[in-house]
Design a protein around this ligand. Structure first.
Ligand code: HEC
Ligand code: HEC
Length: 476
């Protein structure tokens, strides 16, 4: 019985393929291989932009079929993009061995009533520390029940149910055969995604690449019952670790803490930085505010050293015991794992991230006339475009500067091997106004940024000109 059915199936497959072929030929004839190629390449970011995220079968896919000799390679790229999206959203790289296995974070989520410790993490608590829920992962019955007020958002058991549905953005629960939460892991999407709040505040469709400026990473890590491993790394006690985590606040994280052990700046303020967006990075040379390297470099760095996944990582710059005492002591620049769950994912992850375009500013969110005047200033007398060169809004080439060049201190720059700051790409600024601007959010809004430049570069801008510049920045 089974055999004929299989034959029939493969027969249909052949029929399908032969039906599709002529269409592809027509496409090539009409568009020409080169046109089809460029179109599908430039369409790729749109297909994965936040509004259409999820459809890798849009124009890019259609045109991939038209691309003649490069068809196979475009198909491969499409697969890579899809895989990268999955990685960005769902891959833990084996880091559940750290977050659950070592720090016991799952016990704090469960709470005593569900076999863990303490009060547990209810959905209300989770939302209050900035975690987001992917509404598309919720079955209709669950959505209806939430809308009707029939779901107890104060019960940690509800959080466990949401984790079982894989609906908590950036956090994966691993359940055992008995249905108990065995461990938890985290993903890139935790810090670099948010949702559009279309269902309720904190519950909506995923916006990949957007900085989650509500997320209180410090408060979340602080919930972990066992912070001793972090205290040991830092040669301090758990109380101090908790003090440091509490000093970060929402939308912030300190990626250099476990390298140099510096928790506070000389002025006593937190040494954490803002969670940046991970979109609009195509064509940008150095990534991260300290220009640690390319997207590919940084993904390997983050997955191994920050998320504590299982992989391979090499960076002898971290052997510098003076700059990176913690990293040098622990050989963080020379990581190997028995099973590498990170490296095979890097190509797709890089492809996907570079494909996430910065979302355009919504109509009506800025004053068009003012923005047009602001653009003239940006490109001319205000000298902004000498560094922020459109369309990437960073320098083509070596996009790094000393603090003095932009009128700020070098504390954070000196925590990077470059000792410099990277010229920030500016597209999509409107999406991350919460928490302020510059790497550490030192300027509370764009108006403060412009005023800072006006003083630093003695631009002599009038108040009206400053406002125009701000409107232009909001339009990017
Ligand atoms: C715990 C929060 C957190 C997680 C999880 C995280 N990141 Fe980040 N990411 C940050 C912070 C903070 C920075 C800024 C570092 C800096 O500028 O010094 C950053 C920087 C970046 C940048 C540079 C952006 C730019 O402006 O150039 C990229 C790209 C990035 N992360 C991608 C990823 C990917 C991919 C993953 C998963 C492998 C990931 N991140 C996981 C917090 C996080
Ligand atoms: C000498 C090069 C240079 C010039 C000129 C310059 N910038 Fe910048 N800009 C930078 C660097 C470097 C950063 C990153 C600073 C940081 O993160 O601490 C930055 C950051 C910014 C940010 C913050 C982005 C964010 O995500 O927080 C804005 C906004 C900005 N610049 C706007 C402007 C405007 C407007 C002008 C013109 C008045 C200008 N810049 C001129 C180099 C420059």
């Amino acid at each position: 019985m089974a055999k004929p059915r299989n034959n029939e199936k493969s027969g249909r497959g052949v029929l399908h393929r032969s039906l599709r072929k002529p269409m592809a030929v027509v496409g090539i004839a009409a568009l020409g291989g080169v046109v089809a190629l460029t179109y599908s390449m430039s369409a790729a970011p749109a297909a994965t932009s936040p509004t259409t995220a999820g459809s890798a079968s849009g124009p890019a896919a259609a045109n991939a079929k038209d691309a003649g000799g490069t068809q196979a390679s475009l198909k491969a790229n499409e697969r890579l993009l899809k895989e990268g999206k999955r990685t960005f959203r769902y891959a833990t790289f084996g880091d559940e061995k750290f977050w659950g296995g070592l720090l016991d974070l799952e016990k704090a989520i469960e709470g005593e009533a569900n076999g863990g410790v303490g009060p547990g993490v209810s959905p209300a608590t989770a939302l209050s520390v900035g975690l987001k829920v992917d509404v598309e992962a919720l079955p209709k019955e669950v959505r209806d029940a939430i809308a009707a007020g029939d779901v107890d958002l104060d019960d940690p058991a509800t959080t466990l149910a949401l984790l079982k549905l894989n609906s908590v953005v950036g956090v994966t629960g691993f359940f055992n055969d008995k249905g108990d939460l065995a461990t938890v892991g985290i993903q890139c999407a935790l810090c670099h995604s948010t949702v559009d709040d279309s269902f309720a505040p904190g519950i909506g469709k995923r916006l990949d690449g957007w900085a989650n400026r509500d997320l209180n990473v410090g408060a979340i890590v602080s919930l972990a019952p066992n912070l001793q491993p972090i205290a040991d790394l830092l040669h301090t006690d758990v109380a101090t670790v908790k003090k440091v985590l509490a000093s970060w606040g929402p939308g912030r994280y300190d990626a250099a803490l476990l390298l140099d052990g510096k928790a506070f700046r000389p002025d006593g303020k937190t040494s954490s930085v803002l969670l940046p967006p991970a979109f609009g990075l195509q064509g940008v040379n150095n990534h991260t505010s300290g220009g640690w390297g390319s997207v590919t470099y940084w993904n390997a760095f983050v997955a191994n050293l920050q998320m504590h996944g299982q992989g391979t990582f090499y960076d002898p710059r971290l052997d510098n015991a003076e700059q990176f005492p913690i990293a040098a002591e622990n050989n963080f620049g020379h990581i190997t794992s028995k099973v590498d769950k990170i490296t095979p994912k890097l190509p797709g992850l890089a492809a996907y991230q570079l494909a996430i375009a910065a979302p355009p500013a919504p109509k009506g969110s800025f004053d068009k006339g003012a923005a047009a005047r602001g653009k003239k200033l940006f490109m001319g007398p205000a000298e902004c475009s000498t560094c922020h060169v459109p369309p990437t809004f960073t320098e083509p080439g070596f996009n790094m500067h000393k603090g003095e060049e932009i009128g700020i201190d070098n504390f954070q720059a000196d925590r990077s091997p470059t000792h410099m700051y990277r010229t920030s790409p500016l597209a999509g600024l409107w999406t991350h106004q919460k928490g302020g601007f510059y790497h550490d959010g030192r300027f509370k809004d764009l108006s403060e940024v412009v005023t800072h430049y006006d003083k630093t570069f003695s631009l002599g801008l009038s108040e009206a000109q400053k406002k125009d510049l701000v409107q232009y920045l909001l339009s990017l």
